[in-house]
Write a new protein. Structure first.
Length: 423
């Protein structure tokens, strides 16, 4: 019997959540074929079979947390024959009792044993609940055939059992000692609520955001940028740029270049704290925040200082596409030295971005909005203006450097041709 264990995932990633079983007990699995999908705090990863055989047992349920080295499944590698004839034999062997031709169990007493109340009465249900689920139901004293699963395919999970147990307790007017008392609002039929378990990624995002606020002396300083020259340059060059490079000329490449120029002038913004030491990073791996259905993630543009505008635009586009398709590799999310986040795409006019620890600086871009700007003592003009924000760790970055950093970004954006001279 081969034990399937959670492998080493990546640096600093020690646990994950079982997102989905790609194979079910009884399925024949080829060597190298994916068995289960794990959700980590960064990306989803698949665990594949090291040998061919029949999946005998799935030890953990979707939604459960597992650590590196944990056994999550067992395979019978002696079952080498592939094909439909071999699939399902292991499961049938586990859940069917050994009966003789008279219908009695083949044992010394000849008596038919009492059937477990939690075994399903037909083949359909039997295949839609794992052994771990049936065991959990027995421990809770619940019959599985009374449960209405949320899964559209009818598979019963632990949360379905918990929900059924809660409903049963409410109906009986009593609460079990091991269940927290539901909030009053959830008992009012005129005020329905839905309880949704946070994904591992959302839990990790929440934990890290709180951690950033608790461990860093975080402050935010603001400035505003006149986008007139940059927008004019982009308007004049965008068609030729697309023709020559096969990618659109956006604002992110300009801001990335401007950030790199400012980081070179203020190197402590491109650093991190390790105990009582400061690590000054001599490279420019710029994280670009991307909003996905599962939350905000930050893929990293490696060595952005060595890329031209087209290279940056292509890299950001590819990373964003991978992020939305959940195809980012772990190394594409690790090791950034500074982060840029653009809330302006959602209409945000003003915000205080939270540090992406252990980084000590993050730049927030915002919505471009026409505002009246004083040109001199006598004239006002409507200009496309953007507020920019720098959140920083005051433990190693003084206010003077923070303000200077933003002023440098502002100067480079307002004179975009100068970005050609900064790299």
């Amino acid at each position: 019997m081969l034990e399937i264990k959670v492998p080493e995932l990546a640096e600093s990633v020690t646990e994950g959540t079982v997102a989905e079983w790609l194979k079910q007990p009884g399925d024949y699995v080829e060597k190298g074929e994916d068995i289960v999908e794990l959700e980590t705090d960064k990306v989803n990863v698949e665990i594949s079979a090291e040998e061919a055989g029949i999946l005998e047992e799935a030890v953990v349920e979707p939604g459960e947390t597992v650590k590196v080295g944990d056994v999550i499944a067992r395979m019978n590698t002696n079952a080498k024959e592939a094909g439909e004839d071999s699939k399902g034999k292991s499961t049938e062997k586990q859940i069917e009792t050994s009966l003789d031709s008279s219908g009695k169990e083949n044992n010394d007493s000849g008596h038919i044993p009492k059937k477990d109340e939690n075994e399903f009465s037909d083949e359909h249900h039997r295949l839609l609940a794992s052994p771990a689920t049936r065991k959990y139901a027995r421990e809770q004293g619940i019959k599985l055939n009374e449960i209405h699963p949320r899964d559209p395919l009818g598979k019963i999970r632990k949360e379905d059992i918990d929900e059924h147990k809660g409903n049963r307790n409410q109906t009986s007017g009593s609460l079990s000692l091991d269940s927290p008392e539901p909030k009053a609002s959830s008992q009012d039929p005129n005020k329905p609520v839905e309880r949704i378990k946070m994904s591992r990624r959302r839990q990790t995002i929440a934990k890290r955001l709180v951690q950033a606020q608790q461990t860093a002396a975080m402050l935010t300083t603001f400035n505003e940028v006149d986008m007139t020259n940059l927008m004019d340059l982009r308007k004049r060059r965008k068609d030729k740029f697309l023709e020559n490079n096969g990618v659109k000329l956006g604002f992110m490449s300009f801001f990335t270049k401007a950030v790199i120029g400012a980081l070179k002038k203020y190197p402590y913004v491109n650093a991190e704290i390790d105990g009582d030491e400061i690590i000054l990073k001599k490279f420019y791996d710029i994280g670009v925040a991307v909003s996905t259905e599962d939350g905000l993630i930050v893929p990293v543009v490696r060595d952005a200082d060595r890329l031209d505008f087209a290279g940056i635009e292509k890299e950001i586009g590819q990373l964003a596409e991978k992020a939305h398709e959940k195809k980012l590799a772990l190394n594409e999310l690790q090791g950034g030295s500074f982060t840029i986040t653009n809330g302006g795409v959602f209409g945000s006019l003003w915000s205080t971005p939270i540090l992406n620890t252990p980084q000590v600086g993050i730049l927030g871009m915002h919505k471009i909005q026409m505002r009246p700007v004083a040109i001199d003592n006598d004239r006002f003009e409507n200009r496309p203006m953007m507020y920019i924000a720098l959140s920083y760790d005051h433990r190693i970055i003084d206010g003077k450097d923070a303000v200077g950093f933003l002023v440098k970004v502002k100067e480079l954006i307002e004179d975009p041709e100068s970005l050609l001279l900064e790299g």
